[in-house]
Write a new protein. Structure first.
Length: 287
């Protein structure tokens, strides 16, 4: 593995790009709300800023967990456990990417955007990461930086922290719970090797955990309809959101009935589809 490839892997590019995409969604919605047009260069720049800040936070996570990553099959070949990069090199990468992203967001857009992004980085890198071995509350803490990207995009476009920004945050925040608990269910054996406490109930992969996943998915349905009630969208989006929400919820019923890894994998992949479909429908309906 070359050093360049190792640095690229530190970014967790696919994950960071997903986060950056959510920020661009928030930006496009905010731009259209106040300017009635989309500034595409701005959308790309908010994606770039989000990608850099998220990559910085992901690198902090890998620095703290480098010894634990060696214990897990899916992470053992990351650059730090393999020794391709040193911890010092990784910290330099954290500073460079983090500062570049924050400066881009703060100078090109506004200081509030940079401030929320910095909060997200701190919560993910320095609070959520160590909590993973202490308490299942880590998922709730991690859901905060996970839910902030569309809010960051909205604030980048408008310069204001409005009700609409909080609605976008709320939808993505609530989505985090079934998403991450499904992942934790699938990877439970690996997580146990590292001592991660990700599932909400002490029993782990049982009916109580499945019920928790169902509950948060159920709450997500009315929450996803708030953009319509607050005039952020037209009539197509709520239909798409409702259908996607019901299909997502049906997957959790299957998990409750079977309490199986197969059902958890369906929820995991369903969550990967749910969020971009709903967010794209929100933007397209607005346009």
């Amino acid at each position: 593995m070359t050093k360049a490839r190792a640095y690229f892997q530190l970014l967790k590019f696919r994950l960071s790009l997903t986060v950056a995409f959510s920020a661009a969604i928030g930006y496009m919605l905010g731009q259209h709300e106040f300017a009635w047009h989309i500034h595409w260069a701005g959308a790309l720049l908010v994606m770039l800023g989000g990608l850099l800040v998220t990559g910085s936070a992901n690198t902090i996570n890998q620095i703290y967990e480098k010894d634990l990553d060696r214990l897990m099959k899916r992470t053992a070949k990351r650059p730090l456990p393999q020794g391709v990069l040193t911890v010092t090199e990784a910290w330099v990468f954290v500073v460079v990417t983090g500062l570049a992203g924050l400066l881009l967001l703060g100078l090109y857009f506004n200081p509030l955007t940079a401030a929320i992004s910095l909060l997200s980085l701190i919560l993910y890198g320095f609070i959520y990461t160590p909590l993973k071995r202490i308490s299942p509350i880590c998922v709730a803490v991690g859901a905060i930086p996970g839910g902030l990207p569309p809010m960051i995009g909205w604030v980048a476009a408008t310069g204001m922290l409005t009700v609409e920004a909080w609605i976008l945050f709320g939808i993505q925040f609530m989505w985090q719970f079934p998403h991450f608990w499904a992942i934790a269910w699938v990877l439970d054996e690996d997580y146990h090797k590292a001592g991660f406490k990700m599932l909400p109930m002490e029993g782990g992969r049982d009916l109580r955990t499945a019920f928790q996943i169902m509950t948060y998915t159920l709450i997500l349905i009315p929450l996803s309809l708030l953009p319509f009630y607050f005039g952020m969208t037209d009539h197509i989006y709520p239909m798409v959101a409702a259908v996607c929400g019901v299909l997502f919820l049906m997957q959790t019923f299957y998990l409750m009935r079977t309490v199986s890894k197969k059902a958890a994998m369906r929820i995991m992949f369903g969550s990967f589809l749910y969020l971009p479909i709903v967010q794209i429908a929100l933007v397209l309906d607005k346009l």
